[in-house]
Design a protein. Structure first.
Length: 381
């Protein structure tokens, strides 16, 4: 029965729902530019995640798509139709809010059917849609309860169910998991991803949690101070960040980034940092040659710093200042003369606070950035 419901739902959602933002600008009173020339093309049935620190403009973008914020400049298209001046109710979208926005005096059934009732849907269709959404979300036994009798995860399912009954072209999620505990966030993350796969709907999801972004999105939009930094698949952003900000924001723990000198030694280009000398592979020599005699920013991810007992010129010697055991792995917070680093290691090594250890970087995975512009020297489209 459930498979039949899902199959029918897939057919109904199978309408084109491409979303296009062209040079979108949002300016608040006082000439505060919250979003600066956002250009995003969200494909039909894509799960797009907007991520960035608090105040970066990601929620403002979502609210402009929903019609809850006026667009100062630029064009917004849904299904190839310009919708800048259309009311939210006419955009065929449904939004799931951070605080769930459930009516406390209504039952779960009442909350889920409310949007359809005020649009004068027939009672039979309302009942069928609510039952269908409740089946998909496994909340059929909750339909008679009030929100105060529900857990945070159950309230979240109800909020999602209220969106599903609308059968919109586009689902919008505004940090929907931020009020849940860590374990429940992981569970709901998987459930929303599974829901997207089953419904085959276009979904736009806002979060400040880069782990959510990495695990859920088909593609990710990284924002900072109202400006889009990079758009790409999770692996593209992780392996080929466009600049220092994206490199440091995407990934947990964050990438280790510090200044390093570039010189030539025995006909090879080398990079020196914190007493460590790294010989650059020939494939990367050309991007570093213009920086000979100067400095670049060198980035190494925590998992690419490998513990070693072999004395080498390329080793980084550091003091362990914090040991953070996580079961299957351990994070080491390391201190060198001028900086602090994080290394991810196997838990079996048994490192102790205060001891000095040697690490060697995985040279082929090192990232380099211009020290002035902070743009990646290795980035390519």
């Amino acid at each position: 029965m459930l498979l039949c419901v899902i199959r029918n739902r897939v057919e109904e959602v199978g309408k084109v729902a491409k979303v296009l933002l062209k040079d979108i600008i949002k300016i608040y009173d006082g000439d505060v530019k919250a979003v600066d020339r956002a250009n995003i093309e969200i494909q039909d049935k894509e799960f797009m995640v907007l991520v960035g620190p608090s105040g970066c403009g990601k929620t403002t973008v979502l609210r402009m798509i929903a019609g809850l914020e006026e667009i100062s400049s630029g064009d917004l298209f849904i299904d190839s139709k310009r919708v800048n001046d259309e009311a939210p109710k006419d955009r065929d979208i449904a939004m799931v809010f951070q605080n769930y926005a459930l009516y406390p005096h209504m039952s779960v059934y009442g909350n889920m059917q409310f949007g359809l009732r005020i649009r004068n849907f027939p009672k039979e269709e309302i009942h069928a849609r609510v039952k269908e959404a409740a089946q998909i979300l496994d909340i059929e036994e909750l339909l008679d309860r009030k929100p105060k009798a529900l857990s945070g995860g159950q309230r979240q399912r109800v909020a999602v169910g209220r969106a599903i009954v609308r059968k919109p072209k586009v689902f919008l999620f505004d940090e929907p998991l931020s009020n849940l505990d860590a374990k429940l966030r992981v569970q709901m993350r998987a459930e929303i991803s599974s829901l997207h796969s089953r419904l085959q709907a276009t979904m736009i999801y806002v979060t400040h949690d880069q782990t959510e972004a990495m695990t859920m999105g088909d593609r990710i939009v990284v924002m900072r101070s109202g400006i889009i930094q990079q758009i790409g698949t999770p692996l593209k952003l992780y392996n080929t960040p466009i600049n220092r900000f994206v490199a440091g924001f995407i990934g947990s723990p964050p990438m280790n980034i510090s200044p390093a000198g570039v010189s030539e030694q025995d006909g090879k280009i080398v990079v020196k940092e914190e007493g460590m000398t790294v010989v650059i592979p020939e494939s990367r020599e050309e991007v570093l040659r213009p920086y000979l005699g100067g400095k670049v920013l060198m980035g190494v991810r925590s998992e690419d710093l490998k513990f070693t007992n072999e004395p080498k010129e390329s080793n980084l010697n550091a003091k362990v200042i914090v040991v953070e055991p996580l079961g299957n792995e351990t994070h080491l917070y390391l201190e060198t003369k001028d900086s602090q680093l994080i290394a991810r290691t196997d838990s079996e090594h048994g490192f102790r606070v205060g001891e000095r250890v040697d690490f060697t970087p995985e040279v082929k995975k090192i990232q380099f950035f211009d020290i002035e512009t902070e743009r990646s020297l290795l980035y390519s489209e």
